[in-house]
Write a protein that binds this ligand. Structure first.
Ligand SMILES: [Zn+2]
Length: 322
């Protein structure tokens, strides 16, 4: 984080009687000395920066909790343990952050994924509360763009009252992703454990059926924001390229677990639906990111999830941007 201009909050609001800026400074200090976890700072004031005419803010949806056994089921156990130890991950759980990108451009406020909502995991579904802290009200969102239709990315589309959380938004989804999840027979084709994912995707996607625009790789979802094909995690998974002096890519879940996927993009990840394709996508993506020094925003990387890939040995190292 640091005191750079990129970490200033969007708005200076009161925080229990204190100036927001002062609270942020205090929070940053506490994080520095290890008193508060970094995600506490995400709650205190979202990370934002400018890219040409675009204002980009990373708003936390909270975090998820997964068993570490899902990370790389086929990896040599010793090598996997070494990487987890080095990342300070002990025990049997990993708690990846959930970083939602919000881009403001002219009259538009564009949300990339809607987070988990109230029905996935109790540690997630904090998006609306954290948007409010950033001064962003749900009815000010004009566009919602989906990377893919997993629960932690779209179950926040519907509120607990059954209404759309972002009622005034137009919705954008990859045709390949939409068609995969909306197949009415899909629920009978997947393992039982996956059935809630299918029903949840169908429920949330159906709710935006009248408001959705389908896109394909290469299309723009907004001036200067282009769809990049990154399939494998799900069949129609996409990322988003924002060209400029320095390319920025909103990665989504093309790369999920930082300590594992950067050094070993070739290891199968337990949540990838087409593992070989996901591996190919990760390799191609990381090679390009390292070669072209592309700035990336990863949905599940440590908040705010912005960093670079550098070639290291046979794989890559993650270098946080802040
Ligand atoms: Zn995810």
């Amino acid at each position: 984080m640091g005191a750079g201009h990129e970490s200033l909050p969007l708005v200076d609001r009161d925080w229990h009687g204190h100036s927001r800026r002062r609270f942020l400074t205090a929070a940053a200090t506490l994080v520095t000395v290890g008193v508060l976890p970094l995600r506490a700072l995400a709650l205190a004031g979202p990370y934002s920066f400018k890219r040409g005419a675009l204002d980009i803010t990373v708003v936390s949806d909270g975090h998820l909790v997964f068993p570490t056994s899902i990370l790389a089921p086929d990896a040599p156990p010793d090598a996997l343990k070494q990487l987890l130890d080095a990342a300070g991950i002990t025990g049997t759980e990993i708690k990846p952050d959930a970083n939602v990108a919000v881009i403001r451009s002219g009259a538009d406020t564009i949300l990339f994924d809607t987070g988990s909502g109230a029905n996935f995991q109790p540690t997630a579904g904090k998006l609306v509360a954290n948007l409010a802290l950033a001064g962003i009200q749900p009815d000010s969102i004009t566009k919602v763009v989906f990377t893919h239709a997993h629960p932690d990315h779209i179950w926040g589309t519907l509120g607990t009252d059954g209404n759309l959380t972002f009622p005034k938004a137009a919705y954008y989804a990859a045709a390949a992703e939409w068609n995969f999840w909306m197949d009415k027979d899909l629920v009978t084709k997947v393992p039982e454990a996956m059935q809630p994912f299918v029903l949840g995707a169908q429920n949330n996607l159906t709710a935006v059926k009248e408001k959705v625009t389908m896109f394909k790789p290469g299309d723009e979802v907004h001036a200067g924001i282009r769809v990049l094909d990154t399939p494998g995690h799900t069949p129609g998974h996409v990322s988003f390229e924002i060209p400029g002096d320095e390319m920025l890519i909103i990665v989504g879940d093309a790369i999920v677990a930082v300590p594992i996927a950067f050094p070993h993009p070739e290891w199968r990840f337990g949540f990838d639906s087409i593992p070989d394709l996901a591996i190919q996508t990760r390799k191609t993506f990381l090679d390009r990111a390292a070669t072209d020094k592309i700035k990336m925003l990863g949905f599940h990387w440590p908040y705010p999830g912005i960093g670079y890939a550098e070639k290291k040995g046979t794989g890559y190292a993650y270098v946080a941007a802040s």
